[in-house]
Every structure is written in structure tokens, then in C-alpha cells.
Design a protein around this ligand. Structure first.
Ligand SMILES: [Zn+2]
Length: 290
């Protein structure tokens, strides 16, 4: 599963819950990346015969790099950097230009990932082939001077076919997966949290699709529908998401009393249940289980 980056959850929550909120530049940047990764995963799914890891941040000696999507087969390890660029770019080496605008070439960051992966694999002493690629997932993307390891949308199918012809994973690959998860160290993008006052933030459960206030009602029914967009979720699920939002807004672990205040006393029993099921508890403070 690709987890939505926390900065996106935070800003989307502020957008719903404050009278006025303008998304940051970081938000758009992160959203591009997230959308591209989602698109790659949805258009090119993979069976459970193989292992997939998303947004894994690895550190090995001086190398610190992120792999957007890693696929492990019985024969190879694929490390993909995924980009969501649109349209034609003019390649000037360190800079890529499009319609008068220029951006830093993504190849530098990609090379860091590739070098990091190779060093790590060497250290692990694996016999798997290492395949690193930078995938441009938007069909409209092109570049006048192509560089090694660039994959256009049209060519993704060829890579996926290769993957699907490889041996399925076994015990060794499961151990590799565990190792990667162990050494995963998230790179925090959000050094700058948006500044806001919790007093101005609308509490309670708001629909994450349309922003409408959700009234869980008094009945015993399991499910509640948004009265505007008709999104249907279990009461537990509505509460879980609202509490996760609350934790991200206050940026720390949360306690039962404030959780009840956020959701409403009428649902205190469900709040307790959700906290116990979906959060890790330390000394009465709850932190969302990711
Ligand atoms: Zn809704």
C-alpha cells in the first residue's frame, strides 16, 4: 500500500477545517509525486508472487536514498524512481527546460539512488540482479536527449513483462524484505509545518471526500453515509480517520479525554474502541499505528 504523505493529510485537513487555507508549494510538489506513484501501481499491479515495497528510505554508509517502488522477485531486485512530469523537456544537462521554465534535472537524485542500491546490494552479498530505472509515468512526457535508465510510459509494459516471467519469491526474499523494513528511516519532508491556531480548527468528523460534517446519529447501525457525497463507511472508520487527523494536527500523541472532546461524548465508547484497536498506547497516550 502507498501511504499518503503526512504533509498531504495535514494540509488537506486544514483546508477542510479552517475558514481559509492556501496549500503550500510543498503540498503540490509532494502531491505530484504521490499521484505518479499511485498511477504506476494502479496501471501496473503485481501479484503476491512478488514482494513490493513503496517509499522505502534506505541508509547505507554515506548513501541515503528513497526508492519509490521496489519489486523483489526470485531473481532480481527492481528499484524504481517514479516521476510524474508532463510534456516535452529540453535536456541541458543539470537543468531540464519546458515552456520557458526550468527545473533541476531529476537524474542527479536518481543516480544517488542507483549508487546507494548497488552499494547496499554489494554489502548484502545477494546474487539477485539489480535493476534501477527512472520511470516517467505520464504518457505525455518526452525529452529531446534521452539519458540511460529513463523509461517512458510506453516501455513500462516491457519491464513488467520481464518481472512477471521471473521466479516467484521464497524464504530468502522474505528475509530481504524484512531487512529493508528494518533499515527503513523515513526522510521527513516537512521541516516547515504550516502555522495555524488549533482554536480556529473545526473539530469533529468531517467527510474526507467533500468536507461535510458527519453525524453518526444515535442508532446502532454499523454504517453512516455522508449526507452530501454519499461516501459510506463504518462508524469506526469515520472515527479512526478523524482521530488520525487530530493527531496530525496537534503533531503529538493524543489522550482519551481530548479524543472524546474532538469526536463528541455521545460516541465515547467507540472512541475508546478505535484508540485501542488502531493506536499504540504508551502511558495513556495514543499514537496511530501506521
Ligand atoms: Zn462527503
Amino acid at each position: 500500500m502507498i501511504r499518503k504523505p503526512e504533509i498531504m493529510l495535514l494540509e488537506e485537513s486544514l483546508h477542510r477545517r479552517l475558514g481559509k487555507y492556501a496549500f503550500s508549494e510543498d503540498y503540490h510538489y509532494v502531491q505530484y509525486g504521490y499521484d505518479g506513484e499511485q498511477m504506476f501501481k494502479e496501471k501496473f499491479p503485481l501479484s503476491t508472487s512478488y514482494i513490493q515495497l513503496f517509499n522505502i528510505c534506505l541508509k547505507h554508509h554515506q548513501h541515503h536514498f528513497e526508492v519509490d517502488r521496489m519489486i523483489i522477485t526470485g531473481e532480481s531486485i527492481y528499484a524504481f524512481d517514479v516521476k510524474s512530469y508532463h510534456r516535452t523537456f529540453h535536456n541541458e544537462g543539470g537543468v531540464w527546460r519546458k515552456e520557458g521554465k526550468s527545473i533541476k534535472s531529476p537524474m542527479g537524485q536518481y543516480e544517488q539512488m542507483k549508487e546507494g542500491m548497488q552499494a547496499l546490494m554489494h554489502y548484502m552479498g545477494t546474487h539477485h540482479n539489480i535493476v534501477c530505472k527512472i520511470i516517467f509515468i505520464q504518457p505525455s512526457f518526452s525529452i529531446d536527449q534521452r539519458e540511460a535508465d529513463i523509461v517512458f510510459f510506453k516501455e513500462v509494459k516491457d519491464i513488467m513483462c520481464c518481472i512477471k516471467n521471473e521466479k516467484r519469491v521464497g524464504k530468502l526474499e522474505m528475509e530481504m524484505k524484512q531487512y529493508f523494513e528494518q533499515i527503513h528511516k523515513p526522510i521527513s519532508l516537512y521541516k516547515q509545518r504550516p502555522i495555524f491556531n488549533m482554536k480556529d480548527v473545526t473539530p469533529g468528523i468531517l467527510c474526507d471526500v467533500c468536507g461535510m460534517k458527519i453525524d453518526l446519529g444515535k442508532g446502532n447501525g454499523m454504517y453512516t453515509k455522508c449526507s452530501c457525497c454519499e461516501t459510506r463507511k463504518s462508524k469506526e472508520e469515520w472515527i479512526r480517520f478523524a482521530l488520525q487527523e487530530y493527531q496530525i494536527l496537534v503533531n503529538r500523541s493524543i489522550n482519551y479525554t481530548e479524543s472524546v472532546r474532538w469526536i463528541g461524548r455521545a460516541h465515547r465508547n467507540l472512541v475508546k474502541k478505535v484508540l485501542e484497536k488502531h493506536f499504540n498506547c504508551t502511558n495513556g497516550m495514543y499514537l496511530f499505528k501506521n
